[in-house]
Design a binder for this molecule. Structure first.
Ligand code: NDP
Length: 327
């Protein structure tokens, strides 16, 4: 066994965490040789429910699970944290203005960023799942100035996986055969699932596809999948969101296979004209250490328009949290 790694999960009593924690404790996140210490953060009202989840974790007798700590204090939860999965967020309530939502999330991710800055491990890596994920990651980073920019990511892997699965289904191939999918921008309905570079069996597929299917079916179906699941299930996606979080962190550590790529929300360095500092999804290769942006892709006029629209939404969110003094 290697040394135990501290994994912090916020919103630990929520639906996503209920699917996520068992995957982490079983070794799916960090592999079969890495013991895990779980630090669970919740709001005071949900601490009792978190106790219940911890009892179930105990009852699994996972060999890799070394400890479970439950707290409502970010300074305790992020102490020694190497992997932080920021799942808990304030959902948009009835009659809630956008500014109220941003304020509420500022009050959550600001103090968490400050705690991460002070007490997290030097090798900390962070994945923000709670919505609006990209802007919550931006707030977290602004409050953790000593943590390098490449440690902050937002979850785009669920959108990426949805795009891969949709294309595979359409072509009648396995999901594992689709490569070089990309999802750009915000984890919202403005996201741009981009299959212009996608390959099956090493060959591009876009020329084989009906452009009307791409624009009227593929893109809106992927971007609207979250709402479709809420309509069908009566609750938002949870197991697939947890699975995507595991996929994204696992690939971040292991590196991307061969010359494939994936999608992740990362702090922009200005690539593709995306304003520097914005947390925005781009096609990336995980190197095992960090992410390299896949640069110099041809962006056709339709794609350019879609990317600009989703980036504009992220800029508006950034400007709103800036105006509210949250960053
Ligand atoms: P979920 O576990 O279902 O969702 C958690 C967050 O993930 C939400 O912000 C949700 O956004 C977001 N999310 C991102 N991608 C997806 C996706 N593809 N599908 C679904 N959700 C996605 O929420 P619950 O309400 O069940 O649980 C949240 C928990 O967080 C509660 O127990 C609450 O007490 C806790 N919490 C903890 C905080 C803390 O630790 N300090 C702070 C705030 C809340 P969306 O709302 O848009 O679906």
């Amino acid at each position: 066994y290697r040394r135990p790694v501290t994994v912090t999960v916020t919103g630990a009593a929520g639906q996503i965490s209920y699917a996520l924690l068992f995957r982490i404790a079983s070794g799916d996140l960090l592999g079969p040789d890495t013991p895990v210490r779980l630090n669970l953060l919740e709001v005071p009202a949900a601490l009792a429910a978190t106790d219940g989840v911890a009892m179930e974790l105990e009852d699994c007798a996972f060999p890799l699970l070394r400890s479970v700590e439950i707290t409502d204090d970010p300074m305790v939860a992020f102490d020694g944290c190497s992997v932080g999965l920021l799942v808990g967020a304030r959902p948009r309530g009835k009659g809630m203005e956008r500014s109220d939502l941003l304020e509420a999330n500022g009050a959550i991710f600001g103090p968490q960023g400050a705690a991460i800055n002070t007490v997290a491990a030097d090798d900390v890596r962070l994945l923000v799942v709670g919505n609006p994920a990209n802007t919550n990651a931006l707030i977290t980073r602004a409050n953790a100035p000593d943590v390098p920019a490449d440690r902050f990511t937002s979850m785009m892997r669920l959108d990426h996986n949805r795009a891969v699965a949709r294309l595979a289904g359409h072509l009648g191939v396995g999901s594992g055969e689709v490569r070089r999918m990309a999802v750009w921008g915000n984890h919202s309905s403005t996201q741009y699932p981009d299959l212009t570079h996608a390959e099956v069996d090493g060959a591009g597929v876009v020329d084989r596809l009906d452009p009307t299917w791409v624009r009227k079916d593929f893109i809106p179906t992927v971007a609207g999948r979250g709402s479709a699941i809420i309509d069908a299930r009566g609750a938002s996606s949870a197991a697939s969101a947890a699975n995507a979080a595991v996929d994204q962190v696992r690939e971040w550590y292991d590196g991307t296979e061969g010359d494939d790529w994936t999608s992740a929300g990362i702090v922009s360095d200005g690539a593709y004209g995306i304003p520097e500092g914005l947390v925005c999804s781009v096609p990336v290769r995980a190197t095992g250490v960090g992410y390299d942006v896949v640069r110099d892709l041809d962006v056709d006029p339709f794609s350019r328009e879609r990317i600009e629209a989703t980036v504009a939404e992220l800029v508006a969110e950034r400007d709103a949290v800036r105006a509210a003094g949250l960053i």
